[in-house]
Structure formats: C-alpha cells, structure tokens
Design a protein around this ligand. Structure first.
Ligand SMILES: [Zn+2]
Ligand SMILES: [Zn+2]
Length: 363
C-alpha cells in the first residue's frame, strides 16, 4: 500500500457519508386504519369537547357535530378560539375518534335568489369551513339548498349553478387541505334540491376545483323513493348511485331508520330497526361490500335517556360486534318545547341545548 492510498483509506469512512434523511411520511390519522367506523351525532352544548366525550362514552369511534347553533344565524363572529380548537384536536387524537363530520347550519340556502339570504348563506358557509378547518374535521356535510317560491325563488334549473357558485364563493381564500365538502341527499320535501343523485353530480361537476363528495342518508333515500328494504332494492339503489355520481365519492352514510313511508318525501328519523326500513335492511347496508370503509353515523332521535347508546350498540351488533359503551349518561331526551324566555345568557344556553338535541332527528 502506498502512502497515498493509506491516507485515502483513513480519510474515508462510509458512516461519515452524508445521507439526507427522507422527509417524515405524512401522519396518517389513527382512524384511517381500515377499521369499521360507527358514529353518532353528539351535542357540543356546554363545551365543544363534550361532544368527543359523549361519542366515546356511547361506544362510537366516529362522530358528527354542529360546530355552532344550527338553526340560528351567528351573531358577530362564530369563530372557535385557537385554544379551544387545539384542546379539541388533541382530545380527539387521544380518543382515536374519526372521521369527524360536521353538519352545517340548516338556515344556509345557497340556492336562494333572495340576495340577503344568499349573502348570509355564503358568509355562514365560509364560517362553517373556517371552523371545520380549525377543528381538524374530515368532512363538512351540507344540504344543497332549496329552490322555488317557498325558499326565496330560483328556478330548479338555476339552483344547481347558484349552489355551485355559492360553494366556490364560500371557499374563496381558504386552503381546504384534507377537508372534504359532502353534499347530502335529501328527502325531496318541498322544493329541496338533492333528492336526485343527478343533481348532486351536477353540483359537484360545477365545483371541480373543490374537494367534493357525497353523504348518503338512508332515511332520505327511503323517503325519496328508493326501496332499500330488500337486497334487490339496495343493490339497485347502489348501482344507481354508482352510475350517477360514483360510489367512490360517497364517504359517509347517515344511518337513520324512517318514521315515514317509502316515497313520502317527508324527513322523520327513527331508531335503528324501529322504523319503516327495518333491522334486516340495516344489516345489509352495514355489511354491504360496496359500502366497506365508509363511516356510518346515526342521527337518530332521543326520546328516552339511553336511546343514543342503544342505537350505537344496535349498529355494532349488526356488524357482529359487541362494543361496550365506556359509560356516560349519553344525551338528554329532546325536550317538548322551549319555553319562551327573556333573552338572558342562561336562556340562550338553554335554547342552544334544545336545538342541538332536537336536530338529531331532522338532519
Ligand atoms: Zn342526515
Ligand atoms: Zn343533514
């Protein structure tokens, strides 16, 4: 070995070689592990984190919430403080709850031709998106809107483009990241848009720059004329959804039984297995191979204490699992009617509580 060679050998040590570290893989949320996701709509009354504790305590591993009062226009800003949002995100991670679905305010009507209502709807939808991003939501579910004279006009044909334009205006300036906007099929009550899958498809097509998908509500399907009670009926329905919008665009199912008959066009939710759709049909829906890896979220009524727990347990049972609820009292039954009270701070809080539980039934 020459001197020169010797020096080179000494100087070169393979372990000193610079190897750039690969960038860390993006963190995959624990809920995206392919496991079955059963959720329920829970109330944020009192503190937004309560919704997480409620869902977890009821034995659910996914949830839906309203991020603000769903039947009132926000007064002033409806932003959630960063401290509350951070606490919410951290607790959700600890409980491995997901997906987190947020349902938008019911007053939003992006199909309205009334300029005041339309502006308010776009602004409120924008705030919905801001809160969904702050909370780290996966999906923001919305009803498309309604057209016709009872909803501030706009002819049916025009409403699809009005809704799409409204969604794009509401999302302007926001980076939606992993958040997806899901259009929910409706029962077809009055002049509501979205009981036909072709309408949902047309809205999505007009919003190609937005991350859009669909949430299928079983009670709304049934009320709008899809007979999902039989195996053949369910297959026919799924085939039609696939042909019109593509089943891959369906991310969430609202699993609600129906108080009303097939084609009633009336939206009244019932406990799983206690309505006109029936338990057997829900067993087929939850176990259907074409619906695997979707989140199933109940928006069932609470008539008696414990109804929410029973509905979550019923859904788990249908997929052959007994999931014990971690044990909290669940949500309070829907109160008969809020007494008209003077608008005090306490009164407002009470009203919000009533809304939150009342709305589980009709969403
Ligand atoms: Zn629904
Ligand atoms: Zn809904």
């Amino acid at each position: 070995m020459t001197d020169e060679q010797h020096r080179v050998d000494l100087l070169f040590d393979a372990s000193d070689e610079y190897r750039p570290e690969p960038p860390p893989p993006p963190e995959i949320p624990a809920w995206k592990d392919g496991s079955v996701r059963i959720g329920i709509h829970t109330s944020i009354a009192g503190d937004i984190c309560n919704a997480l504790e409620l869902a977890h305590g009821l034995g659910a591993n996914a949830l839906q919430i309203f991020s603000a009062s769903p039947r009132m226009w926000a007064v002033g800003t409806s932003r959630i403080s960063e401290a509350s949002a951070a606490r919410f995100r951290a607790r959700r991670k600890e409980l491995s709850l997901g997906p987190l679905v947020i349902h938008t305010n019911y007053l939003i009507n992006l199909a309205s031709a009334n300029p005041v209502l339309r502006t308010r709807s776009v602004q409120t939808f924008h705030q919905e998106l801001v809160r969904a991003l702050a909370l780290g939501a996966d999906y923001l579910v919305t009803h498309p809107g309604c057209s016709g004279p009872d909803c501030g006009s706009n002819r049916a044909g025009e409403s699809v483009s009005a809704i799409a334009l409204g969604l794009r205006q509401a999302a302007r300036g926001l980076k939606l990241g992993d958040l997806q906007i899901l259009l929910e099929n409706t029962a077809g009550q009055g002049s509501s848009v979205g009981s036909k899958f072709e309408e949902l498809r047309a809205i999505m097509d007009a919003c190609r720059d937005l991350p859009m998908g669909v949430c299928v509500d079983t009670a709304h399907l049934f009320a709008s004329g899809w007979d999902i009670r039989t195996a053949e009926g369910l297959d026919k329905t799924l085939m039609s959804i696939d042909q019109s919008i593509g089943l891959d665009r369906v991310a969430v199912l609202h699993v609600n039984d129906s108080k009303t008959n097939l084609s009633s066009r009336v939206d009244r939710h019932e406990h799983i297995g206690k309505g006109k759709i029936g338990l057997e049909a829900f067993a087929r829906i939850l176990n259907h191979p074409l619906l695997a890896r979707r989140a199933f979220i109940a928006e069932t009524p609470i008539d008696k204490p414990g109804d929410d727990r029973k509905n979550v347990a019923a859904l788990w049972k249908l997929i052959g699992r007994k999931v014990a609820a971690a044990g909290n009292d669940g949500m309070k039954p829907r109160r008969k009617k809020a007494k008209a009270s003077t608008p005090s701070k306490k009164g407002t809080k009470r009203a919000v509580g009533v809304h939150a539980s009342k709305l589980k039934k009709k969403s």
